[in-house]
Design a protein around this ligand. Sequence first.
Ligand code: ATP
Ligand code: SF4
Ligand code: MG
Length: 376
Amino acid sequence: MFGKSKTVDTSQDLKNQPVPEGHHLLEVDDLKMYFHTEDGVVRAVDGVSYTLDRGETLGVVGESGSGKSVTHMTMMGLIPMPPGKIEGGSVFYRGHDLLNMPEAQMQHVRGNDIAMIFQDPMTSLNPVYKIGKQVGEGLRLHRGYSKEQALKRAVELLDAVGIPEPEKRVNEYPHQFSGGMRQRVMIAMALACDPDILIADEPTTALDVTIQAQIIELMQEMQEKNGNAIVMITHDLGVVADIADKIMVMYAGRPVEFGTADEIFYESRHPYTWGLIRSIPEQATDEKKPLTPIHGNPPALSNLPKGCVFSPRCPYATDKCRAERPERFETGTGHYAACHYAGDADFIKKNAPDTSRSRKVSVAMLDQEETKGGEA
Ligand SMILES: Nc1ncnc2c1ncn2[C@@H]1O[C@H](COP(=O)(O)OP(=O)(O)OP(=O)(O)O)[C@@H](O)[C@H]1O
Ligand code: SF4
Ligand SMILES: [Mg+2]
């Protein structure tokens, strides 16, 4: 009934191979990638480390330009080199070295084992191809599906991500879809081959709160079903409040704090994380405290300040901060913070925000929005 399909041996797929004993699904260790430009060296990724296991969600949070996208594009082999250059560190996926993988193998990993939902759907969707063809492309490439099989599966995928009349919509072009619908198409494309890891780069930024909640729910449902890991990139700590198991806070190309979501919300040790927590509006409302934005702007990555990179904006900066780069303080549970005073109990007690309720409030807000429903 269907046209010709190729037989593809998927037993060799990395996602079907065991995670070696003592390793994690994904291990990023001290990853450094700099752009060498005419204006100097841009330290876009400067010592990123984290681990991720199956079924886990990592939230990557930080202001615009902090290196969230570039870090993950580096891991996926999507940064042109030059101007980019790996300056150090490693990325292991199921024990395989992604940074030194031949491009042909990496092409198979992308989309099949690790899929990325890109920040801007319009730059990732090709305007001249029908949506059905684009959603089914990965299946043709990685699974040997025939055209008809891929189209049939594309219809199912569009249906699964909540696009009405999918049989009709597969024959339409990207410009015929609204922003929210295009974002759903991107998710359908990313899910097509059941990836082991889904990297979602600001998948909800351009969308209203109701659709944000629906898309997050969709990704969670998929995770419950498939047990895959998710990396959720966002500039908004509130967005990952109820869905992340772990959170990495990035500032100026570096992770300044990493820990479980509970450690980040209730036991954070870095003043930048405190600033992000104090910027979550519902916390301020709940505690009847004014919203306190982080003043100033992040530094140029080609001209970083001496000492702690956050020192020009940090309300607690000392001469030591302005002179010496802080080492990571580690608590022993995997939680780390790059601040000279992260191990100083008095400093933390005196200055950390009272976040005992902020997380619950954020969750309640999303729940409320979900029950409203609706789509633009
Ligand atoms: N080709 C390039 N050459 C030089 N610098 C670059 C290049 N691409 C990105 N950068 C710089 O790398 C830094 C990190 O960018 P990145 O896109 O990862 O930030 P981000 O945290 O994802 O921000 P946003 O929240 O706005 O998406 C930025 O300062 C950016 O200007
Ligand atoms: S090292 Fe100093 S400047 Fe940097 S975050 Fe800690 S207190 Fe602030
Ligand atoms: Mg980005």
